[in-house]
Design a protein around this ligand. Sequence first.
Ligand code: NDP
Ligand SMILES: O=C(O)C1=N[C@H](C(=O)O)C[C@H](O)C1
Length: 277
Amino acid sequence: MPTDGFDWNVPMTRPVRLAISGASGRMGRALLSLLGDDARFELVHAVVAPGSAHAGQPVFAGDADSLRYADDWTQAPALDVVIDFSGPAGLALSLDHCVAHGIALVSGTTGIDAALEARLADAGNSIAILRAANFSLGVAVLTRLLREAAAALPGWDLEIVEAHHGRKQDAPSGTALALGHAAAAARHTTLEAAAVYSREGQTGARTDGSIGFAVVRGGDIVGEHIAMLIGQGERLELGHRATDRSIFARGALQAAYWLAGHERGHWQLDDVITAPR
Ligand SMILES: NC(=O)C1=CN([C@@H]2O[C@H](COP(=O)(O)OP(=O)(O)OC[C@H]3O[C@@H](n4cnc5c(N)ncnc54)[C@H](OP(=O)(O)O)[C@@H]3O)[C@@H](O)[C@H]2O)C=CC1
Ligand SMILES: O=C(O)C1=N[C@H](C(=O)O)C[C@H](O)C1
């Protein structure tokens, strides 16, 4: 059994029939490069943006017999699970298809507005859904550590700094927001009450108990998050640096394998991860 922290001991009698939404993107390509060696899955549909130049092209370049990209769900075959890393508009379409056909949905898409959040929440009444702002094991552990530190140091100022590549569409990152929610809950408050998303000009002094966010964008940064707990005369920093998108892809594939066949409802990456504790 691999020792990568996920529980791989799920018996399946046939490959899981998988669709990827956002298949031509950075995360889509990371998923495709892992799927070539993964007998647990049969990739049967690969969705790109409506009207995309990728539509009709082979998913595995150079292989004329390969599955071809589709720019909608109309020709999708029977599926066990969809993995979505497309963006909010693509996720809305993936969700429609999954709900209409009773298909499990794994999504890593971030930057979702309140209306789509509400639709996703409601969809848990009819299909199995697993969403995570970050599919890496390291961030799962970082989140646990931050909860503990935020509770243990209630009077220390908390600032969350994140850095990503220059093409990222949303800010702060989904991971930064998830870290903020976890820390706020550990301090018996909410991120809505505590968050400060921007500072400029005559800001006045820092509000006690607030959680500040700072955002860096540039080049090819895969994803970095640092939570600073700042006291008087000392500072605790908890951080994670992703250097390869395959960590997110591996986590999403494991989540999809685990979720296929699970009953309807909302599931968490923590349900899939069995170690470390
Ligand atoms: N949870 C996690 O661990 C991670 C989450 N993410 C999140 O995943 C999402 C995608 O990131 P990334 O791969 O960098 O993005 P990219 O911009 O590289 O890729 C986006 C993909 O989605 C497709 N797409 C765009 N619009 C639609 C649509 N309306 N319907 C269907 N497909 C569409 C694009 O197709 P086309 O090429 O034709 O334009 C492309 O394949 C983001 O929300 C990001 O924050 C990213 C990394 C890790
Ligand atoms: O867009 C990205 O690239 C990433 N997005 C996720 C986020 O918003 O937290 C996860 C990861 O940091 C990469």
